[in-house]
Design a protein around this ligand. Structure first.
Ligand code: G4P
Length: 310
């Protein structure tokens, strides 16, 4: 089952953003380099269609660099779209970003260009805006959705930034994407459990990054299933309950936090090929669901027409 989280303040913020978007000259979309597709808001994407865009991949230090390159190539094929991959913790790329903004949306008739900065919760929007503004103007924190309400920031270089709250969208259609959002910390921890995330992440890493797991946990022989993996790590870390049983919740919390902090190494949770295949599966699933619904309606309709009992 997909993990969903769409509190009321996100609905309100989304409506407010949609109202302002027609006046915006350029959109900076902040994406998590580990999940560039899953961290892209499809609602905003459609509302901002036709506007020049800079897609900034943050947390590039935590992502697989080869996969990040693949995503940048993929997104750069979209119209009027430029990408930049940055590690906001150690790099200051504000000059480059400002230059790009001026190029894509130059100041007209002495009027500042209005640049909307948007992104899902916890992706690094506040950190980016702080670095662009050169001073600490918005709060950064470790809980998703810290920033609330839009804020205008005059950079005094022809650019007016419009900071927006981190929002998700009502329904994440692609189920693996919802797990990826929870794994990277965009979906609030209270909307799911560490265990659920740990099972998803362990399964993914066993398949795609087995060497990182062997290095980090010094396995002679890599466990084959996610439960065996978590039990082995739990035993190593002393996460034990009565009679030596592994405390899955404790080990899951440790594992997910290490993964989020990059302690296991640089990991990307999706590639363009994976997403292409997942979306193709989704189309089939949705068509099957629609056919089932149609058949149900037809059965109901024919039952109403026929006399009782026939
Ligand atoms: P938001 O406004 O989009 O919600 O995100 P925010 O800037 O608050 O950043 C969320 C967390 O992500 C912060 O960590 C921030 O330091 C971290 N972060 C942002 N960009 C990068 C990056 O490029 N690489 C890495 N590794 N981390 C990044 P925190 O632990 O919540 O706070 P703190 O460590 O700054 O105290």
């Amino acid at each position: 089952m997909a993990i969903q989280w769409y509190p009321g303040h996100m609905h309100k913020a989304s409506k407010e953003m949609a109202e302002v978007l027609p006046r915006v000259n350029l959109v900076i979309e902040v994406l998590d380099a580990r999940i560039p597709y899953s961290s892209s808001n499809p609602v905003i994407e459609s509302l901002s269609a036709g506007k020049p865009k800079i897609k900034i991949f943050t947390k590039v230090d935590l992502a697989d660099s080869a996969t990040t390159r693949l995503w940048q190539d993929e997104f750069e094929q979209q119209r009027q779209t430029k990408t930049l991959a940055v590690d906001l913790k150690t790099e200051d790329r504000s000059e480059q970003i400002v230059d790009l903004c001026r190029k894509l949306a130059p100041k007209k008739d002495g009027v500042n260009s209005l640049v909307m900065v948007l992104g899902i919760p916890n992706v690094g929007k506040s950190t980016l805006i702080n670095s662009l503004a050169g001073k600490h103007i918005t709060r950064t924190g470790d809980e998703p959705a810290v920033t609330k309400g839009q804020q205008r920031i005059n950079l005094r270089n022809g650019i007016m930034l419009l900071d927006t709250p981190g929002i998700l969208w009502p329904k994440v259609q692609n189920e693996p994407s919802s797990y990826r959002l929870a794994t990277t910390g965009a979906i609030k921890n209270t909307a799911t459990t560490y265990e659920e995330i740990a099972f998803f992440a362990a399964d993914y890493l066993l398949t795609h990054y087995p060497r990182l797991l062997i290095q980090r946990f010094q396995f002679d022989c890599l466990p084959t299933t996610e439960i065996d993996f978590l039990e082995a790590v739990g035993a190593q870390r002393g996460c034990l309950r009565a009679r030596g049983r592994v405390d899955l919740e404790r080990v899951s919390t440790i594992f997910v936090n290490e993964l989020r902090a990059g302690t296991l190494g640089a990991v990307s949770f999706e590639t363009p090929a994976m997403i292409e295949s997942e979306l193709a599966d989704l189309v089939i699933l949705q068509a099957e669901k629609a056919a089932r619904e149609q058949a149900r309606l037809e059965r109901r309709g024919s039952r109403k027409k026929s006399p009782r009992g026939y």
